[in-house]
Design a protein around this ligand. Sequence first.
Ligand code: 0X9
Ligand code: ZN
Length: 425
Amino acid sequence: MKLSTIFVQALLVPLALAAAAPKLEKKVSYDGYKVFRISTHHDGAIIKEKLAPFAAVPFNLNTEEHLDVAIPPQDLAAFKALNLETEVLHENLGADIAEEGKFAAYDGPSAQAVPSLNWFNSYHSYADHVTFFSDLQGAFPQNSELITAGTSVQGRSIFGIHLWGSGGKGSKPAVYFHGTVHAREWITAKVVEYIAYNLLVQYSTNATVKTILDKYDFYILPFVNPDGFVYTQTNDRLWRKNRQTRSGSSCVGTDINRNWPYKWELTNGASTNPCAETYKGVAAGDTPENKGLVAFTKSLAAGKGIKLYIDWHSFGQYILLPYGYDCSARAANHARQTTLASGVASRIAQSYGTRFTYGPSCSTLYATTGSSVDYLTDVSKAELAWTIELRPTGSSSSGFILPAAQILPSAIEQWEGMTYLLTTM
Ligand code: 0X9
Ligand code: ZN
């Protein structure tokens, strides 16, 4: 296995972390937790009240239709006695996390120096993801370079890969992807890795791929929230935010997708409580991650401009268009974005029949303030700016813990959707 040593070391040994080593916390156990989808019939508040006595862990923010929640073993009997309308998403969350955590060893590049497709058969450690990118880039030095969009709270690089075709580096409008904004959404890194992999591996053999890479420069950041991702592997699989502490609170973490400096000041789509999952921070753009991302995004906008931005998340199977901050606001080219999203959803469904719902983010899901898509649309003037929420729907299936056997199918259907979009937009 070949490493570009300096790059890898810079990512694996965060100096700030070593300097302020936090005391070792015990890994959170979800053994025996059962995850339910509870029908709310438009009254989530009443269900939440009934769950108040339990040490329940909520999964979703929009509880219009249903509330997804993990119930600890000691509360299961009392929960059952409530006689709520439920489906089971995980029989035993701890067991499913343990299964998911059986990472295959990364087998490194093949004889041709290209990492093998085995990569997509299991999840991996953060260190292996770093090595995978280093190896992938190293195999295609004529069409790619490693980039960084800044540094996390704990000093990790927000690294990425930049891909280009025949016009040479930086000569075309940008296609810009963010993965792992939310730490627990593991499938997102795998999907953007698969897209980067196919663009590079198929460039010389597939005419459609050549057309795409000759037309756009790709900037793919697989781990916008590297500290949070590492924390999901060391401490708590269900961690969402970054790992920033704030004076006056013992709670950790700011939601990177509520901290972008656009419509941040509105009060309807984020929390001012540092303990909340959607904590917005003290000031617009005040996390180290958002500072780096804003500067990097500005450089793309000021360069050849941004044709397409996708913020990859999970779960729910949605293609979400602008805006998050206001449910009646629409992008100037809303009709065009809707037509394209409809086409992408149809193409995605062709591989395995997976249904993706599409529509404006706020009216389809819920209001968000300080989100990347709104910033990219209005400040960076990206022509298309979407959030894609990957598998599963959550209905009769898992949530953030998507079985490893679904990594490749998820990636393949998104690759299909993207080839449609990239040749149609
Ligand atoms: O709440 C979020 O940040 C996203 N959903 S998630 O369950 N992955 O946390 C949705 C963001 C959608 N917002 C905009 N597109 N504006
Ligand atoms: Zn998310």
